[in-house]
Design a protein around this ligand. Structure first.
Ligand SMILES: Nc1ncnc2c1ncn2[C@@H]1O[C@H](COP(=O)(O)OP(=O)(O)OP(=O)(O)O)[C@@H](O)[C@H]1O
Length: 323
């Protein structure tokens, strides 16, 4: 099911346009990493999804409803949350639960479960002013999960955390992912996004400039050849005979190793078989390369260029019908 749909979102502050026709689609159970330079508009996007801001135009749906209709069902950990550090995590979570209309034994049991989840059971009754920054940030995750939200929005989860705190946060996010939570994370920590997300989008000039499943990033610095025509299966056999590590997906051929000899043999084969090469680009095998490539204004590889949400939804529905 589609958890989050943003279509053609435009957001301006006075005369400055921050988001320009932004499209974004997040599926239920996905952990989506949103990257972008300082001031790219990531927090603005989160505030629109929360319903704190309204877009100038465009459509936002969270599990098929407007952000306002989803009030209380979207958990949010802002980049900077002010805590009442004179109270304990348990007192703070109880106050936040009461604020959201939760009471009694069910709230107590929910808080116990969340304290366990974020690893703060032992420290739950100590004053938060004695917590490390990492512990405080984990209280923030527990607060965001209090009402068992359908969607969790997390802005810069590891900002200001030491390496140990970052590792603990990463483990916690992986734990949430394994429990099937749908999460949108904004972060500048590429290794964190690489470790915990299954899909990533890069926000440049107010729109998603590149988008890919993390599994598509090969981790190597090879090349991607894009063909004009969709090849027949016979080509796969010929490709494998050149090098078994060559992978074809539709019109895209990924060559994990960037060797001139291998490229030469491959291009000769494609020429002999009558195919037309539309482009040959570095495969941008890791997230850092892809990020730096895209934020410098260069076009991403064709298979990482985002599609409009409706086109993706159509193809998903077509896939379901075929099954
Ligand atoms: N309420 C507001 N009024 C006017 N301008 C704003 C407002 N909120 C944000 N902006 C501007 O919008 C732009 C995007 O800000 P935003 O905080 O969304 O970026 P960001 O990608 O989250 O940045 P960072 O990575 O530094 O947190 C910035 O130029 C910011 O100054």
């Amino acid at each position: 099911m589609t958890a989050l749909l943003l279509e053609k979102i435009v957001k301006r502050f006075d005369t400055t346009t921050i988001l320009r026709q932004l499209n974004l689609l997040v599926q239920e159970g996905q952990v989506y990493g949103l990257l972008g330079a300082n001031g790219a508009g990531k927090s603005t996007l989160i505030h629109l999804i929360m319903g704190f801001l309204y877009p100038d135009s465009g459509r936002i749906e969270v599990f098929g409803k407007t952000p306002t209709a989803m009030h209380g069902q979207i958990g949010y950990l802002p980049e900077r949350l002010r805590y009442h550090t004179h109270c304990s995590a348990r007192e703070y979570l109880t106050a936040m639960g009461n604020f959201a209309g939760m009471r009694g034994a069910s709230l107590t049991s929910r808080i116990n479960d969340l304290l366990e989840l974020v690893g703060l059971t032992e420290a739950a009754d100590r004053r938060m002013r004695n917590y490390s920054k990492g512990m405080t940030q984990r209280v923030g995750i527990a607060q965001a999960l209090l009402s068992d939200p359908q969607l969790l929005l997390i802005d810069e989860p590891s900002s200001g955390l030491d390496p140990q705190g970052q590792l603990e946060m990463r483990d916690l996010l992986l734990d949430l992912r394994s429990h099937g939570h749908t999460i949108l994370i904004c972060s500048h920590q590429l290794d964190e996004i690489e470790a915990v997300c299954n899909r990533v989008g890069i926000l440049v000039h107010g729109a998603i400039a590149a988008e890919t499943d993390l599994a598509q990033l090969t981790g190597t610095n090879g090349v991607v050849i894009t063909l004009k025509e969709t090849p027949t299966d016979a080509l796969d056999f010929a490709l494998r005979s050149i090098d078994p590590s060559i992978v074809r997906d539709d019109r895209f051929i990924t060559v994990p190793e960037n060797s001139p000899t291998l490229q030469g043999r491959l291009l000769q084969l494609l020429l002999d078989e009558g195919y037309t090469v539309a482009s040959l680009q570095p495969s941008l095998g890791n997230l850092r390369d892809l990020y730096l490539h895209v934020v410098s204004g260069k076009e991403p590889p064709a298979e990482m260029q985002p599609q409009a949400p409706l086109a993706i939804l159509d193809s998903l529905l077509a896939g379901e019908e075929q099954q």
